[in-house]
Design a protein around this ligand. Structure first.
Ligand code: SDX
Length: 428
């Protein structure tokens, strides 16, 4: 394995160091390229760019491998719980019993939000998309918790990480309750993290919500699957905004903004709407045809991935959770699932999708599952973001411990006008 490569520009030669990872692609270090050659690299969409070094999450898109701190996602989804996985992503190791008790206890102590935050919700129309509410109220936390906003203080960073993990589900449940005109439900620290979230979403004063263990275990699995995913668009957004040393709440709020998009975390909402639009398995061929037509901007939502060029390992686990939830919800013959299974079968045998390596991703089955749990479509991206807050905050913490961390400030290939003089309006 060479430790450098040589770039020839005209009659000049430039050596560029090669840096090796534990597994996966190695990188050509171009940090000195512009200084030594006067050239930038060009990579819109960052399809060939490593923005940072990280030891949190590894994806092998060809083999369909996903590791959180080296542990396969299949094992964590099967054997771990969300708070333990959060500890692993943030600290790098699975906690022992004492560490887990301390961490989960600290999270419980931060689940309530300042009472004044309740008034933010009243400023929204009842029909406002809950992601619009979330990116506002998460950012607004910076106006209430200035005592843990100093990103250069490791102790304050740890408090902010715990506050974020603890408070985001409370804010998300409040956004859901507000959208359906029901009163907010306070956190109940007698319950574990997932049960507490379900209770805050589905309990009402007149009727105490009864936790269904199958639903609770399925949501725990779904949250583990969504917790982190390397340098995806929203995690990269959090890293870029945090590189200005802004407070953590503002950075995490930028993650909500990016994740909301239908090409990213909004795909679960878009995928369910797509399945509803298809409406019947006999309509599938028409939509497959549209998805393949370059002139038609219709895409199969929940299909394809920038990194996975094989089956998203999370989608397999998601599909299993989907069957479990539909079974316990009495919806095992759900029409949407029938359409999804038939759509997947047809697409995976169609040369267009096979040749472009387009497989179902995590968003393909999550919508059906969350829908069966009783969440409205607009809440799907919120649930994704509640889980991904853990990954965002883990990468946020890693950034500040990286001596190579600096303000992120990309350059460009300028293709605009060269210098020219101003012309008075009378002469234009
Ligand atoms: C998530 O990055 C992450 O890790 C994200 C995520 C995470 O956990 O954080 O995994 C979560 O965001 C999953 C992805 C959810 N998005 C969707 O399901 C939306 C539908 N998928 C596509 O829009 C698309 O697949 C992307 C955006 C996800 C990835 O697209 P790329 O990598 O930019 O590739 P591309 O758009 O250039 O597509 C390559 C080709 C194109 O055709 P050609 O120009 O080569 O002729 O494949 C086609 C595309 O038209 N294509 C699709 C398609 N996805 C890509 N054609 C039909 N249906 C699709 N879904």
């Amino acid at each position: 394995m060479p430790d450098k490569c040589t770039l020839h520009i005209g009659d000049k030669k430039f050596d560029l160091p090669i840096r090796k990872g534990t597994v996966g692609p190695n990188v050509i270090d171009i940090t000195e390229l512009y200084k030594n050659t006067g050239y930038f690299t060009f990579d819109p969409g960052f399809t060939s760019t490593a923005s940072c070094k990280s030891d949190i999450c590894f994806i092998d898109g060809d083999k369909g491998i996903l590791l959180y701190r080296g542990y396969p996602i299949e094992q964590l989804a099967d054997k771990s719980n969300f708070i333990e996985t959060a500890y692993l992503l943030i600290k790098g190791e699975l906690p022992n019993r004492q560490q887990f008790q301390e961490f989960s206890g600290a999270i419980k102590n931060h689940t309530m939000v300042h009472e004044q935050i309740r008034s933010f919700y009243n400023g929204f129309r009842r029909g406002a998309h809950p992601m619009a509410i979330m990116l506002s109220v998460v950012g607004a936390l910076s106006a209430f918790y200035a005592d843990s906003a100093n990103v250069n203080d490791a102790n304050e960073r740890e408090i902010s990480q715990r506050r974020m993990i603890a408070k985001v589900p409370t804010l998300a449940a409040m956004a859901y309750k507000y959208s359906i005109g029901q009163p907010f439900v306070y956190p109940d620290n007698e319950l574990d993290y997932i049960e507490n979230f379900l209770n805050m979403c589905f309990s009402v004063p007149a009727f105490k919500y009864k936790i269904n263990q199958t639903i609770s275990h399925a949501l725990e699995k779904i949250f583990i699957l969504h917790a982190d995913h390397e340098q995806n668009a929203s995690t990269s957004t959090v890293r870029l905004s945090a590189s200005s040393a802004v407070n953590p709440f503002a950075s995490i709020s930028s993650g909500f903004s990016s994740l909301w998009g239908p090409l990213h975390g909004g795909a679960n909402e878009a995928a369910l709407k797509m399945l509803k639009t298809i409406g019947n398995v006999k309509n599938i061929p028409e939509f497959i045809k549209r998805a393949k037509d370059p002139k038609d901007n219709f895409r199969l939502m929940g299909f394809g991935h920038r990194v996975y060029k094989s089956y998203d390992p999370r989608a397999k686990i998601m599909q299993k959770a989907c069957h479990e939830v539909l079974e316990v919800s009495g919806k095992k013959n759900d029409d949407l699932l029938k359409i999804a299974l038939e759509l997947e079968k047809i697409a995976l045998n169609d040369d267009y999708f096979v040749s472009k390596k387009l497989y179902p991703n995590i968003d393909f089955y999550s919508g059906i599952t969350l829908n069966a749990m009783g969440f409205p479509t607009e809440m799907f991206a919120v649930l994704f973001a509640v889980a991904r807050t853990v990954g965002w905050i883990a990468h946020w913490g890693e950034m500040y411990s990286d001596p190579e961390n600096k303000l992120n400030r990309p350059r460009q290939l300028y293709i605009g006008k060269d210098k020219r003089d101003f012309i008075d309006i009378s002469k234009r």
